[in-house]
Design a protein around this ligand. Structure first.
Ligand SMILES: O=C(O)CCC(=O)C(=O)O
Ligand SMILES: [Fe+2]
Length: 280
């Protein structure tokens, strides 16, 4: 029997009793519904090959190879492998790999003209302690904004690049480090649910369009402080075999980044776009 249970108050659901390899369209429909309703969906206890993970992931949209070429699977560019090659030849821990996704709350792919619809991870190895992933609702963040700020930001766009203001591009090849920024409305209407969300990423934003530099920085600071609502979070504790998908159009996430570095924490990861072909 398939059961769907809510994990956090406003975000997160767990789907039990499914084998994603054996799903037909009718079996997938409630999982997609949970994805729209709860933004983060956990499907535990799956045993998958890469091809099976890709096939299931394509139900959500179009898979696009991630711009970090050096962390792609060597034979299958659609798959990024998280948590491998953590140590350099001299034994030093590569912080960009170890702390990937842990520098701050973010949404994936804001640097693209068409941001990532979703990101999906499949857990292959999990450390004995730590290494959780945290999620928070962008809808709740929007709803909690002061009215004055909502009004100021309506119709206003942010400029985003991979490295943002810190120019954090360690995982990109040189040829990919100088792309033009992509512009997105800071208050973004979700294309499927029609709900307004705070679409913002402090690590990738360069500036707020139309604001002078002083106001832009002040707005970025104010929005950074407004991202996370305490009753709109879900913290995922990983088990090997978990599939977790999150909707980048309405949720923020952050890796805890606190596990013993000599232990393995390895995931396959796909970046998912909308179905239709679109720019970048
Ligand atoms: O490893 C994690 O927990 C999440 C990392 C991350 O931010 C991502 O995969 O987009
Ligand atoms: Fe991320």
């Amino acid at each position: 029997m398939v059961t769907i249970s809510r994990m956090g108050k406003q975000i997160g659901a767990e789907v039990k009793g499914v084998d994603v390899n054996a799903l037909d369209e009718a079996g997938f429909a409630p999982i997609y519904r949970a994805f729209l309703d709860y933004n983060v969906v956990v499907v535990p206890e799956q045993t998958l090959t890469i091809e099976e993970f890709l096939r299931y992931s394509r139900r959500f949209g179009r898979i696009q190879p991630h711009p970090s070429k050096m962390t792609r699977h060597p034979d299958i560019p659609e798959i990024t492998v998280l948590g491998v090659d953590k140590f350099a030849a001299n034994g030093e821990l590569n912080q960009a790999v170890y702390r990937r996704g842990a520098e701050g709350w973010h949404t994936d792919g804001a640097y693209d003209i068409e941001p990532f619809k979703a990101t999906q991870l499949y857990a292959l190895a999990i450390p004995s302690t730590g290494g959780d992933t945290m999620f928070a609702s962008m809808y709740a963040a929007y709803e909690a904004l002061p009215e004055k700020l909502k009004t100021r930001l309506e119709g206003v766009r942010g400029a985003f690049t991979y490295g943002g203001r810190r120019n954090a591009t360690a995982l990109l090849n040189e040829e990919d480090r100088h792309r033009e920024p992509a512009f997105h409305p800071i208050i973004r209407v979700h294309p499927e649910t029609g709900r307004r969300a705070l679409y913002f990423d402090p690590g990738k934003i360069l500036y707020i369009e139309g604001a002078d530099p002083g106001e832009s920085d002040a707005l970025i600071e104010e929005l950074t402080a407004a991202m996370i609502q305490p009753d709109a979070q879900y913290r995922h504790k990983w088990r090997v075999g978990d599939i977790v998908i999150w909707d980048n159009r309405c949720s923020f996430h952050k890796a805890a980044g606190d596990y013993p570095p000599y232990e393995d924490r390895i995931h396959w990861r796909v970046s998912i776009k909308e179905y239709a072909e679109a720019a970048a």
